[in-house]
Design a protein around this ligand. Sequence first.
Ligand code: LMR
Length: 393
Amino acid sequence: MLDALKLQPEDKILGLMKLFRSDTREDKIDLGVGVYKDANGNTPIMRAVKAAERQLWDDETTKTYTGLIGDAAFHKVMSDLVLGDTVAKERLSFAHCPGGTGAIHQILQLVKFANPNATIWLSSPSWANHASIIAHLGLAKRDYAYFDAQTRAVDFEAMMTDLREAKEGDVIIIHGCCHNPTGANLKPSQWDQVAEFLIANKLTPFVDIAYQGFGDGIEEDAYGVRKLASVCPELLVASSCSKNFGIYRERCGLAIAMTSAKDQVITQANMAHLNRQNFSFPPDHGARLVTMVLSDPDLRSDWEAELKEVREGMIQIRETLSSSLQTASGSDRFGFLADHRGMFSRLGASPEQVAKLREDFGIYMVGDSRMNIAGITEDKVDRLTDAFMAVGV
Ligand code: LMR
């Protein structure tokens, strides 16, 4: 039977990770997968997470199952982190899922239960796995304009023009902050307009927030999702703890559905059912660490301080690379690197230039020229600048 299997399309980011690992050049540079690296090129365990882990080692007395939808304390700290105090708790349903990706998958399954005819709208471009999961679940997808390749900013007018074609009951996926792959983000006033538009057209927002704290700040990065939560009748959220807590391999994410208080019980029951069908009980370790870090004032302030160092480090490297490229090119066309926020920016190189950077210079970035800014350290800026100039970016 299994000989009937066909190969599935390869995920480009994962394919690139494999290629990078097999490259034996010592000076290769990984700007591929979205993983934070410090000045020495390591992905450290955050101080507060390590301290919580030590404490957990002493205090944990059982490894029996957690709740089917995860632990209520985890739901509370995470919904406070993401939504603040914008929503009455009796309107919220949760499912602790393996990673932000698990939460995305499950929210889309929930959408399929509620409205199998919904079209899922995605920014063009978006994280490639969004489209892949939508197709995997057999849902309809359309793209809305988002990124202007000339200005390297959000083309808000084009975005709204496309979204006017969405029909009642459709779901609009919006990156909460630190847009992946472009680094170009909605301004607060634009979030306000999006909120009004979604309400007027009875569209359901689905915010994927995987990088809270990596852009302008923990609170600032939550502006959009909180705005939608405070005015929309319904909201879906997939939040990830992979990046802002640095616990990638613990697979820790939370699916949140905000409904009317009347629909909460049935929504919660559906989300619990989905956990049971997909993997039963969620993995606990990461969520327990996050709960400890966010509930303990000392751990929390150390986590916030370290996250600030990470964020400011990325902004600093954006500025250094941007000015180095501006000097080398004698133009201001790389200013966007300093304006963007989050882990990614699109360099604007052609697929041929991206291939040349990989083959001739050992510089790895995704085929659409998405660069992981957190993969760049100060000592690499000159090499990157020379290579970008050499291939004619
Ligand atoms: C990325 O976009 O590189 C990250 O979100 C990692 C992933 O799973 O693709």
